[in-house]
Design a protein around this ligand. Structure first.
Ligand code: NAD
Ligand code: AHE
Ligand code: ZN
Length: 402
């Protein structure tokens, strides 16, 4: 996977028109699924204002549902705001750009990313190889606004609607910051590339970047949704040895085995704690363990399943407000390490395009994650039902034809 150099601003500024779209500079009226409260999602006609300086307005073509959208809609997100437009795993086309935007142009295919990348020399996070957590717009993003502290979304009666995770792709059109736009290959099919906007990239990156799993290592994955299965796929591609897949839903085991799992374990088949089962299966524990459930008890079990002396456990799941993790300090004293990852550690604008290229070249299989397809903003509720059904990995909702 190659890493792209971010486009320098001055070189491009003069050559780019602000937009060729007839809608440029105008307010766009379109449909969006608005979260008015806990589990209260309604399709509305909304107004999307033009992008201001440093902003990009996107025509959202495909949106995939991630568990974190449901986590926020259920009221579990401490940063959750209502009314807001959720959604953060999507493929889109640039409709128009605001003043000073140079890295993308109208017509470009992009993936909006909730971990932006400013790439500025004064950003110690973007300049560091150790992290992808650029804080440039994190405060306003968490507060549900654009970087200037205001929203681009209103209802027909003028009610302001909050943004979400800097993306808000439960809408036919959205506005994001330029530094949140990963420009991808013009040939990329957006109804598959959208998967790299969150869950699948997160799982792959947790293995390749955050934990940097070595060839031959043993791995255990707790939770076999799209994120957990991507961890298995990433581990298999890294040449991991034993890959243990854990889920309370045995319906997920077949795909896990196809992706490289060597053992599948349902905790409910065992009377003792799952960590004891995994330590018994491996003698001293597993070298790398991953929580992909968001359940704090599972996070503990994953840590306590890690190998004595050098095992490492990675928290990927997102826990509800007020939830905390704990274990006996003895577990760490005896050599286990606890880590976590956001978006798999990928630097969004410079690394996501390479993942799309790997898909296009056939080096990275993704189609198997799309288990359900729906049409139109109205299809988002069907996608939510599908994810709740337990036999859905990713439900992709298409708002526009490609
Ligand atoms: P999902 O709902 O599709 O999958 C979760 C899986 O966990 C399901 O298969 C479920 O059966 C299983 N599970 C639930 N409780 C379990 C238990 N006690 N023991 C074993 N298995 C159990 O979710 P997803 O979209 O794959 O996301 C997984 C988690 O990762 C969520 O918490 C999501 O919010 C989080 N997430 C985090 C990041 C990040 O950057 N850190 C990115 C994407 C998603
Ligand atoms: N709002 C929550 C945090 C939720 C969370 O941890 N989000 C992940 C991405 S989940 C994608 O499906 C993340 O990247 N977190 C880093 C960040 O800066 O939010 C809370 O606890 O407040
Ligand atoms: Zn997500």
């Amino acid at each position: 996977m190659r890493s792209m150099r971010l486009a320098s601003s001055s070189a491009l500024r003069a050559s780019r028109p602000l937009s060729t779209a007839a809608t440029a500079g105008q307010t766009i009226t379109c449909k969006a699924a608005v979260a008015w409260g806990v589990d209260d999602l309604r399709v509305e006609t909304i107004n999307v204002a033009p992008p201001k300086a440093g902003e990009v307005r996107l025509k959202v073509v495909s949106n995939a549902l991630c568990h974190t959208d449901i986590y926020t809609l259920e009221g579990s997100d401490p940063e959750g705001i209502f009314p807001s437009i959720l959604g953060h795993e999507a493929g889109a086309v640039v409709e128009s750009v605001g003043e000073g935007v140079t890295s993308v142009a109208p017509g470009d295919r992009v993936i909006p990313c909730y971990t932006p990348e400013c790439g500025e020399a004064d950003c110690i996070f973007c300049m560091s190889k150790k992290t992808n957590l650029c804080p440039r717009i994190r405060a306003t993003q968490g507060a549900g606004t654009m970087p200037d502290g205001t929203s681009r979304f209103t209802t027909a009666d003028g009610t302001e609607i909050a943004h979400f995770m800097g993306c808000s792709t439960f809408s036919e059109y959205t506005v994001v910051a330029e530094i949140s736009c990963a420009k991808i290959a013009p040939t990329a099919p957006l109804d598959v590339a959208c998967l790299l906007g969150c869950g699948v990239a997160t799982g792959l990156g947790a293995v390749w970047k955050t934990m940097d799993v070595e060839k031959g290592s043993s791995v255990a994955v707790f939770g076999l949704g799209a994120v957990g299965l991507a961890v298995i796929q990433g581990a298999q591609m890294r040449g991991a040895g034993r890959i243990i897949a854990v889920d309370t839903n045995p319906g997920k085991f077949e795909m896990a085995q196809q992706l490289g799992a060597t053992d599948c374990v349902n905790p409910e088949d065992h009377s003792g704690p799952i960590q004891e089962v995994l330590v018994y299966m491996t003698q001293w524990g597993v070298e790398y363990t991953f929580d992909c459930t968001g359940n704090t008890n599972v996070m503990r079990a994953a840590l306590e399943s890690a190998h004595r002396g050098w095992g490492q456990s990675c928290v990927i799941g997102v826990a509800a407000a007020g939830q905390e993790i704990s274990t006996r300090p003895f577990q760490l004293v005896t050599g286990r390490r606890w880590a976590g990852t956001a978006f798999g550690g990928f630097k969004s604008r410079s690394e996501v395009p390479g993942l799309v290229d790997d898909y296009l070249s056939g080096d990275l299989a993704l189609d198997h994650y799309v288990t359900h397809r729906f049409k139109g903003v109205e299809g988002i509720s069907e996608a939510i039902d599908a994810l709740h059904s337990g036999d859905c990995l990713r439900a992709v909702v298409n708002y526009h034809d490609e």
